[in-house]
Design a binder for this molecule. Structure first.
Ligand code: PMP
Length: 305
């Protein structure tokens, strides 16, 4: 199937979408990216892109932080993305990767006096955490504080912190690593936010604990409230509280909603996905696949019928 990319304001075959070796972002991590999912609905023969606009709003905020003005409005970015997916004719779950980056081919660490471009491509991508219940370690790498690199923006250079964590986890035989903040509070996974359930209360680290403010996190908070009548408490979680949780799960565009079975070889609850987690997970998959009419506003259909 042909796959396309969009860069320098035009669509090109993916294999021809290239940047030069002196591109600033390649050397200094001066880019901001997004991960967006298109979810294939077999019955409706449709791909629904989940919360497309919100992803571009976050990209716009991150770009502004790096002193970049996106060359397209958010509505244009949404239209470009829909056309990109249409061109690919995908009939499976896909992952869309937009990047806003310093495109000038020049050396020198800085943010100012550099041009920027926007690129996006889409590829087929199924499961990210290839497990029904993941085993996590506690990373020896901590999340940077806001005054080091703000973790609330998906800055490409920041992700070396996440890469350290992920590789450490895999090399130690785990599926994912959970990072603590500089203060030692539970922060997030290398590509996911984290939730725990304790005595019926749903809790997730607050924005003060160096997290990315995830769109899936927000989705789960809203679904828990609207559909289960369960409010989410956003506050710091200590490590001992994490180990003692009744249930735990991770959320992210790539990872969806994945239950956590064990952390550092300690079982969480029974060591099997918990009841609240299972209910939220079922709801979540219905919603992202466009099978829940109440939340169709979050789902952008790609193919014209
Ligand atoms: N934290 C980090 C570090 C991430 O990279 C991601 C993935 N974007 C998330 C959390 C989850 O964010 P979202 O639900 O918006 O994908």
């Amino acid at each position: 199937m042909p796959s396309y990319a969009f860069l320098r304001n035009q669509f090109v075959p993916l294999g021809e979408a290239k940047v030069g070796i002196m591109t600033h972002a390649l050397h200094y991590g001066t880019g901001v990216f997004e991960g967006i999912r298109g979810n294939w609905n077999e019955e409706k023969k449709q791909i629904y892109i989940f919360r497309l606009k919100e992803h571009y709003q976050r990209l716009q905020q991150g770009s502004a932080l790096l002193q970049m003005k996106l060359p397209h409005s958010i509505d244009e970015l949404c239209r470009i993305t829909i056309e990109l997916v249409q061109k690919g004719e995908f009939k499976e779950d896909i992952y869309i990767r937009p990047v806003s980056y310093k495109s000038t081919e020049a050396m020198g660490v800085r943010l100012h006096k550099l041009d920027n471009d926007f690129m996006v491509f889409a590829i087929p991508w199924g499961r990210y955490l290839d497990t029904d219940a993941c085993r996590c370690c506690i990373s020896s790498w901590r999340r940077p504080a806001d005054n080091v690199i703000p973790p609330s923006a998906k800055i490409t250079g920041l992700y070396i912190n996440n890469a350290f964590t992920k590789t450490e986890a895999i090399e130690r035989g785990f599926d994912e690593g959970i990072m603590l903040s500089q203060a030692g509070n539970v922060s997030e996974g290398s590509g996911e936010n984290l939730f725990i359930i304790k005595n019926g209360e749903l809790i997730t680290p607050s924005v003060k604990d160096s997290i990315l403010i995830g769109i899936t996190r927000d989705t789960v908070i809203k679904l828990a409230k609207n559909e289960l009548g369960l409010e989410t408490t956003q506050r710091s979680i200590k490590l001992d509280e994490l180990y003692a949780a009744d249930e735990c799960f991770l959320t992210g565009t790539a990872a969806h909603l994945t239950p956590v079975a064990e952390i550092e070889d300690r079982k969480i609850g029974t060591g099997k996905p918990g009841a609240v987690t299972a209910r939220l997970q079922k709801l979540y998959f219905e919603v992202i696949k466009g099978n829940n009419n109440k939340y169709l506003d979050w789902c952008t259909p790609v193919y014209n019928k």
